[in-house]
Design a binder for this molecule. Structure first.
Ligand SMILES: [Zn+2]
Ligand SMILES: [Zn+2]
Length: 198
């Protein structure tokens, strides 16, 4: 297992051009998630799905370890600002939320007493600490539909108002008109009309 961690960390560090404690924690979390769900990781298929509760280095560590990526539509960031993740077996719908223990940070010194600072202590310790000193977990039921999130491959329609293409059944149908989120009035931006190209 430790050889596995080492290899995965090398990949993660290459992706980031640096290695940091969060990546290590992410990699360890991903391996742990696979272990509890009893799914081989990094997966070659799309059976495992991850809800990652923050973006950043930790999320990439989880991706490297599990093979679940935003780009593969097997990871979704739910931005709670927490270094926690829910691992879902999409076949059985079993879902397990893994949370790093608050005590792990302090315990890091026990595993790397000669480290020069806290950062280095964590970097080294998180590679050695047993799972039970790093994480706790809880069985959860998803409050969102995985079927909706995954949707249908290749499905697309055009917004009847702005004409832009909408994938993955994210359209809204109002009075028989197919429209995108923006045209339906729920959007994260508004257009600066004067400066925009038509
Ligand atoms: Zn980092
Ligand atoms: Zn539209």
């Amino acid at each position: 297992m430790l050889v596995n961690v080492e290899k995965l960390l090398e990949k993660s560090a290459n992706l980031h051009t640096h290695l940091c404690p969060r990546q290590v924690l992410g990699v360890r979390m991903g391996l742990f998630g696979g272990q509890i769900l009893d799914l081989p990781v990094p997966q070659k298929n799309k059976r495992m799905f991850v809800f990652m509760e923050t973006d950043g280095c930790g999320a990439d560590g989880v991706s490297i370890a599990t093979g679940c990526w935003i780009g593969k539509r097997t990871m979704r960031v739910v931005d709670f600002g927490k270094m926690a993740a829910t691992f879902v077996d999409s076949l059985t719908e079993q879902a397990i939320r893994v949370i790093p223990l608050a005590t792990a940070r302090k315990r890091a010194w026990d595993y790397a007493p000669s480290a020069s600072d806290r950062w280095s202590a964590q970097l080294s310790a998180y590679q050695q600490m047993p799972d039970e000193e790093l994480f706790t977990y809880q069985y959860v039921t998803l409050a969102v539909s995985l079927r909706y999130i995954l949707s249908r491959h290749g499905y697309r329609v055009n917004c009847e108002i702005c004409g832009e293409e909408i994938m993955n059944e994210r359209e809204i149908i109002r009075e028989e008109t197919v429209m995108c989120q923006f045209c339906a009035g729920s959007c994260y931006y508004s257009i600066k009309e004067q400066e925009s190209k038509k």
